[in-house]
Design a protein around this ligand. Structure first.
Ligand code: P1T
Length: 565
């Protein structure tokens, strides 16, 4: 990383500091800067410190009284993992770096503060400016927190997959939030491209660009890694961390290569992501990832894969079960990606001997996922937990969804406009319909209330194609799933899309699984089935005793509604 000196004192600023540098890469088009451009960084292990911008910020001491909450970033605890380590028969010491103790609740607070302050020192960011960032949420929260303290306007662009808890926190911090569909990173509607589009439209706005900003890995090189070395008296044998932007693992790994070269760096990449090396590890490219914050369909510029000694794939089920175990057995109130890292660490650390030490990064807190992996119903609905087979369920609980009398679905093509969609839905008596490509691929869901709110907010006109107002956070269920699973979904959602998987063959003989819409199922469909099939069994009698009270309530409400008809 070549560096320029903006003053003759301490500030050394990388020319690649900000995403909105005036001279974008030659291959870049003018409307957005790709988050996977080759890095200009010239850092090499063993190179003299004077040739590197690294190590430019010394680790500060914690003051007794903080001048504001941004001083409560860093100095996170390193905690011994006891029961889980024993259960896996580990000989080494297993330690967790609990990054959720940062002011905004995640490891990303470190980089947001560093990116902001470096941009301020370089004169790029001025009072009253607007900061815009594409993020999976935690960088957004860190930026919104710093913006609240420092007085910047903050716009956060976040994919729909990310939790509502993050949205609520961002809103409380005064950030403006734009949700984007979960698409390829280079699709026009991706969060990265929408952020750049906003930057091009809003005067005095900046994308600090965590995917390319050298201050991202530098924050970890200067603080996270230094803290680990200090807490371990310089003796660490393995570090395990997930990769989102890759800033955490790159910054830590570079410092270890310099100060503790024997330490093995293990990168964690979820199934469905393409970041791990060798690329033969990345087999399940189509897998959906529920864990938030790690995994990508591109290699971020700031991720230096040369300093990662080994990559391991993680999966959603192991990650969530391990995160719940960290909470239950160790009292560590961590998030899902912490579970990913720990689920890999308990296997990787088997190679370490007694007296050796493995440090695992726990990036954020369960606060972000209260309605997700902390919730049993969400875990069951998403197939991460099995139903308790001991419990007595009503007679219809294990009947398959295919037994429901579902009508052929009404679907809309993506270019139908909002006006036409309202007319069609009204004429046919539907509140919602799946939006499906000519190929049959499900693109999203359009609802009357969604169209209405987009029209009222001015983000859509009657002539706008429905593809612009679809949303993708809806539940899917297959014909082979049980009515019990469906009832769990309907406790939180108004409907679920019934999908059917087909194996489709290409001309070259290869095949892939394709999901087609079979129908849309609502609580009324379930209730009609339950009441029609069992007139003798009244709802709320003994057979329903063990079904959840919410389910009983919603079924009773539905029953009343059908009686009212
Ligand atoms: O970006 P990186 O330093 O590789 O950290 C990965 C990571 C792990 N776990 C969680 C919960 C995260 O939020 C992240 C990264 N988060 C973002 C990239 C973001 O925009 O919030």
């Amino acid at each position: 990383m070549a560096c320029v000196f903006t003053s003759n004192k301490t500030i050394r600023v990388c020319p690649f500091l900000n995403g909105d540098v005036e001279n974008p890469e030659p291959k870049t088009n003018t409307t957005w800067i790709h988050p996977n451009l080759p890095s200009k960084c010239t850092w090499k292990p063993g190179k003299s410190i004077s040739e590197s911008p690294h190590n430019c910020v010394p680790l500060p001491k914690e003051p007794k009284i903080l001048s504001n909450i941004l001083e409560k970033i860093g100095h996170t605890p390193l905690v011994r993992i006891n029961k889980i380590s024993k259960a896996y028969g580990l000989k080494c010491e297993l330690l967790a770096k609990c990054e959720y103790f940062n002011a905004g609740g995640s490891v990303k607070d470190r980089i947001t503060l560093r990116m902001l302050e470096d941009a301020e020192k370089a004169g790029i960011l001025k009072p009253g400016d607007t900061i815009i960032e594409p993020t999976s949420g935690n960088t957004g929260i860190g930026l919104a927190l710093a913006a609240a303290v420092k007085g910047y306007r903050c716009i956060i662009v976040m994919p729909e997959k990310m939790s509502m808890e993050k949205v609520d926190i961002l809103r409380a911090l005064g950030a403006e939030i734009v949700r984007t569909p979960c698409t390829r990173f280079d699709a026009p509607e991706s969060n990265v491209r929408v952020a750049w589009k906003l930057k091009n439209e809003i005067p005095n706005s900046h994308v600090l660009d965590q995917y390319r900003n050298a201050s991202n890995p530098l924050a970890h090189y200067d603080t996270t890694a230094e803290e680990i070395l200090e807490q371990c008296d310089g003796k660490v044998d393995m570090i395990v961390a997930g990769a989102g932007t890759g800033g955490t693992i790159t910054g830590i790994a570079r410092k270890m290569k310099e100060k503790c070269p024997e330490c093995k760096i293990v990168g964690v990449d979820p199934e469905g992501s393409i970041v791990a090396l060798p690329s033969s590890l990345n087999t399940a490219e189509d897998a959906t990832m529920e864990v938030e914050g790690i995994g990508h369909d591109f290699i971020p510029t700031v991720l230096d894969r040369a300093v990662i000694d080994q990559w391991c794939k993680s999966n959603d089920t192991d990650s969530f079960l391990m995160a719940r175990r960290l909470i239950r057995e160790e009292g560590l109130l961590c998030g899902g990606s912490a579970g990913s890292a720990m689920s890999v660490a308990v296997k990787a650390a088997k190679q370490l001997k007694e007296g050796q030490r493995c440090v695992v990064i726990l990036p954020d807190s369960v606060r972000n996922y209260m309605s997700k992996f902390l919730n049993d119903k969400w875990m069951i609905t998403n197939g991460f937990l099995k139903e308790d087979v001991q419990e007595h369920y009503p007679w219809w609980w294990n009947i398959k969804v295919q037994k429901l009398n579902l009508l052929a679905p009404l679907t809309l093509l993506p270019d139908v406009n909002c006006q036409k969609a309202i007319e069609i839905l009204r004429d046919k008596g539907y509140d919602q319909a799946p939006v499906v490509a000519e190929s049959g691929l499900i693109l999203g869901m359009v609802t009357l209330s969604n169209i209405l709110s987009s029209l009222l907010a001015g983000s859509a006109q009657f002539s706008t194609p429905v593809i612009k107002v679809i949303y993708q956070q809806f539940s899917k269920i297959s014909l082979d799933d049980t009515l019990g699973k469906l009832s769990h979904i309907l406790e939180n959602d108004h409907f679920a899309i019934v999908v059917h998987e087909l194996e489709q063959y290409n001309a070259d003989g290869s095949s892939f699984m394709k999901q087609m819409v079979f129908g849309v199922v609502t609580a009324v469909d379930l209730l009609s089935f339950v009441t029609r099939k069992n007139n003798s069994q009244k709802l709320n009698d003994g057979t329903l005793k063990s079904a959840s009270s919410e389910m009983k309530r919603s079924l009773a409400e539905c029953e009343k509604k059908t009686e009212d008809f």
